[in-house]
Design a protein around this ligand. Structure first.
Ligand code: 5GP
Ligand code: ZN
Length: 303
């Protein structure tokens, strides 16, 4: 049995994760949630004094904004759309007939609704902020958290289809947002040291789709637009990205019409924490019983 499957089985056996029959879709126990809540309080201790505006969007976003974001150009393989039955009584009867005989084609008649599952916590934010008008001098800072969906079923417990991302997003001048990103790279390392997790930071790229995507990925790497904080969870050779630090240059500013007071296009950056991955890293390194975690780690999380 490989390390991914055996860690997943141990998580199921301990009740920390609860099987649903779908790879990458799990229930979480109260204990698992308590670790995430405690870790989020630790994040607040590091970022709280920055005065970010907190916003919580639901895990679905406006399909029109999703279409405009260009997500389907870059990551069609990961997207999840919400479809519903919109037919007549006759359609309903044939749907039930299909289901009765176990014919999967019942789902083909479902129609796209106005809602798409959120692919990253910051996606609903840009159009929201654009509507507010020009950004104040010094830029703006937001604190987000959302369940996100990515269609990548896997036996690796660190690759889930529905998981939470906590994000800070900064919009302003190039200097504002690159300073913001650098400060969170430093804080990320300090934060993980408080909970005694081994980390490395490396340049990264997103999994852009297809042959054209290779060029986008190379460009992202060459320009150092994405860094990740990696922690070994189910493999020491391939540690898992538990935080990411993304500089979008003026790409989102241009797309969404985000302007500074002087009329120039805003730059943006976001820093994401993969909350389930961080909880899993803690369980992997310190054991499945939180009562036995090192005193320093327990103190950092629960005071
Ligand atoms: P990114 O937008 O950089 O791909 O993702 C931001 C963060 O979300 C990642 O650094 C990671 O911690 C978390 N994340 C990304 N994909 C997954 C996934 O498949 N499962 C889980 N649990 N977390 C993920
Ligand atoms: Zn983001």
């Amino acid at each position: 049995m490989d390390m991914q499957t055996s860690f997943l089985d141990r998580l199921f056996d301990s009740g920390l994760l609860i099987e649903t029959g779908v790879d990458g879709l799990y229930g979480r126990s109260g204990q698992f949630e308590d670790v995430i809540a405690a870790f989020e309080r630790l994040i607040d201790r590091f970022g709280g004094a920055d005065g970010a505006e907190a916003i919580r969007f639901p895990p679905g976003m406006n399909r029109a904004f999703f279409e405009k974001s260009g997500y389907m150009k870059s990551f069609p393989q990961l997207a999840g759309t919400v479809h519903s039955f919109c037919g007549s009584e006759l359609d309903h009867m044939s749907l039930l007939k299909c289901m009765e005989i176990g014919d999967d084609s019942w789902a083909k008649g479902q129609e796209a609704t106005d809602i798409v599952l959120t692919p990253a916590a910051c996606y609903p934010l840009y159009p929201t902020v654009a509507k507010r008008g020009p950004l104040p001098a010094g830029g703006v800072l937001y604190d987000l958290q959302s369940y996100c969906f990515r269609h990548e079923p896997s036996k690796d417990p660190a690759r889930q289809q529905l998981f939470r991302m906590r994000e800070y997003v900064c919009m302003g001048t190039q200097e504002n947002v690159t300073d913001f990103r650098q400060s969170w790279m430093d804080r990320g390392v300090q934060l993980m040291a408080e909970v005694e997790l081994p980390v490395e930071i490396d340049v990264a790229n997103d999994p852009f789709f297809g042959r054209a995507g290779k060029m986008l990925a190379n460009n992202q790497r060459d320009q150092n637009l994405k860094f990740e904080l990696l922690i070994p969870i189910t493999s020491t050779a391939n540690p898992t990205a538990c935080m990411s630090f993304n500089y979008h240059q003026d790409a989102f500013g241009t797309k969404w019409g985000l302007e500074l007071e002087d009329g120039s296009v805003a730059h943006t950056a976001c820093v994401g924490f993969g909350l389930e991955r961080i909880a899993l890293a803690l369980f992997h390194h310190h054991g499945l019983d939180v009562a036995l975690w090192p005193a320093k780690v327990r103190k950092a999380l629960w005071g």
